[in-house]
Design a protein around this ligand. Structure first.
Ligand SMILES: O=P(O)(O)OC[C@H]1O[C@H](O[C@H]2O[C@H](CO)[C@@H](O)[C@H](O)[C@H]2O)[C@H](O)[C@@H](O)[C@@H]1O
Ligand code: UDP
Length: 471
């Protein structure tokens, strides 16, 4: 890794994006060939719309053995540079600090009295997080043309703006958070020096972006409490929308049509479908969703045999025991409901624990009700994607703690995600909605969901960043 920027280097990229997860990942097949897979989650859905046409260089991490092998063989996508960070550094930075500490802080996921504990192990992981951030800062410093614009993404890379600023004072540096931001009292769980390092690292940027005003205000409040304010850094709000063109085209391809036929058969003739699609992620609140569905079957037995809960919970962050345990809990509660309520011709919950994007799109299209009930979520693109591709209109049950709430609340049925009884009532209301009203609401939801498509979301940030004075 180069430690300084060589100013005599040839001109590099004018626009750079940096994120932990990149647009694709690789898998080594048994015959030794490399298989390419689209990266999962909303950050990739948002940034993939930018594509190589925009001329941006996307610097991301080699996350898997397959990714590292691709780097070794010199295989890669156009406009993408994968950093082969050592596996142990990545594990500590990504699984340790990013996903077990920062993700937990911003999503209010700690369960006292057992968590959090900031001990010597945490300090070792923090050192890896610094190393990881430095690797990105150095790669970006190496690749960027004079005066280029660099858009750093998310909580994995909070220290990059400050580090990059030192290496390349000429650059315009932005940082965008795809997560919520913790309120100051919760952020204060972190050791004081770590809090300061994170905030000062981000304030090394010229401009910071958030998905909603709520998260931007929480960040500003944390800065006021810990480091005396924003130190001249601009803060903007950019609510990432769904990519209607991509979704409509992709959801009408033959592989999705095939899956619609299969899904309809599994659901059963004349039954309604309550659909959810998430990473198996603690903050998505899948178990309370199942409990609310069970409550619905208790409170309104008329729905028994007439509805199926189609739950797609595709694997995420499986290196972490707490995520593996959560997946097992989702399976356990599903089995309990199916055993307790199922009949020979009716399986109340259809649980899909495998990654199958085409099948998820098929479920979006045929859903009567979409259940999106996160405890807390930066935005939640699923809530925005369903109305766009829905065939016959879909009622949306939406958590008031999702970023998407602020844009979709008028036509969604909104819930407190912890309140299982309220969620059950919302499911009943959604299932009972008249088809005409459902179609009308879906149309308005779709318009709100696509108000800021990914390409414009990105361009707005780029233009705003270019209008700042570097440093
Ligand atoms: O990369 P992973 O660890 O597999 O996780 C997937 C992504 O999860 C988070 O996504 C967020 O970004 C979405 C788009 O802005 C937003 O709608 C959602 O609410 C967020 O949870 C994470 O922030 C990304 O970095 C991950 O890639
Ligand atoms: O099997 C699937 C099903 C869905 N998605 C996509 O994953 C994203 C999830 O984004 P969201 O903002 O809802 O949550 P995140 O996972 O980023 O926290 C959406 O764009 C989905 O279309 C996916 O990658 N694989």
């Amino acid at each position: 890794m180069a430690s300084t920027h060589d100013t005599s280097a040839a001109r590099g990229a004018e626009v750079l994006v940096a994120s932990n997860r990149g647009p694709v990942s690789y898998e080594v097949r048994e015959d030794g060939s490399l298989h390419t897979k689209r990266g999962g989650g909303g950050l990739v859905s948002g940034l993939s719309a930018i594509g190589p046409d925009a001329g941006a260089l996307w610097v991301c991490s080699a996350l898997s053995d397959g990714d590292r092998e691709a780097v070794r063989r010199g295989v890669g996508e156009e406009g993408v540079r994968m950093l082969p960070v050592p596996a142990d550094v990545h594990a500590d930075a990504y699984n340790g600090i990013a996903n077990s500490v920062l993700w937990f802080v911003h999503h209010l996921l700690y369960q006292t009295p057992l968590e959090p504990v900031f001990d010597a192990g945490f300090r070792r992981q923090w050192a890896a997080y610094e190393t990881y951030n430095r690797a990105f800062a150095e790669a970006l410093a190496e690749e960027a043309a004079d005066g280029a614009a660099v858009l750093v993404q998310d909580y994995h890379l909070c220290l990059v703006p400050g580090m990059l600023r030192e290496l390349r004072p000429d650059l315009r540096i932005g940082h965008f958070s795809h997560t919520p931001w913790a309120p100051p009292d919760y952020f204060a769980l972190l050791p004081e020096d770590i809090r300061e390092q994170l905030l000062r690292g981000m304030l090394g940027a010229d401009r910071l972006g958030f998905l909603t005003r709520r998260w931007a205000d929480a960040f500003t409040a944390c800065c006021e409490q810990s480091v005396g304010g924003l130190a001249g850094t601009e803060v903007g709000v950019h609510g990432l929308g769904a990519d209607a063109d991509f979704l409509r085209e992709r959801s009408h391809r033959p592989d999705v049509e095939e899956r619609i036929v299969a899904l309809r058969e599994e659901i059963g003739e004349g039954r309604k479908a309550i659909v959810r699609v998430d990473r198996t992620e603690l903050s998505k609140n899948i178990v309370r969703g199942l409990l609310a569905y069970r409550q619905l079957l208790d409170d309104h037995p008329q729905w028994r045999e007439r509805v199926v809960h189609v739950a797609f919970a595709y694997p995420s962050r499986q290196d972490l025991a707490v995520y593996r345990d959560y997946m097992a809990e989702v399976q356990r509660v599903t089995d309990e409901i199916n055993a307790g309520y199922g009949t020979p011709g009716w399986t109340p919950v259809l649980l899909n624990l495998k990654d199958d994007f085409a099948r998820s799109l098929a479920a979006y299209r045929l859903a009567d009700v979409a259940l999106v009930n996160p405890i807390r979520d930066g935005m939640n693109l699923v809530a925005k994607e369903v109305p766009v591709v829905s065939d016959e209109g879909c009622a949306l049950v939406l958590s008031r703690e999702a970023g998407a709430y602020w844009e979709l609340r008028e036509d969604a049925i909104t819930v407190n995600p912890y309140d299982v009884l309220e969620t059950a009532r919302a499911l009943h209301e959604a299932l009972s909605m008249a088809p005409g009203e459902r179609a009308e609401r879906t149309k308005r939801l779709s318009a709100a969901a696509t108000a800021l498509p990914p390409a414009r979301w990105f361009l707005d940030q780029l233009n705003a960043l270019r209008a700042t004075q570097p440093g």
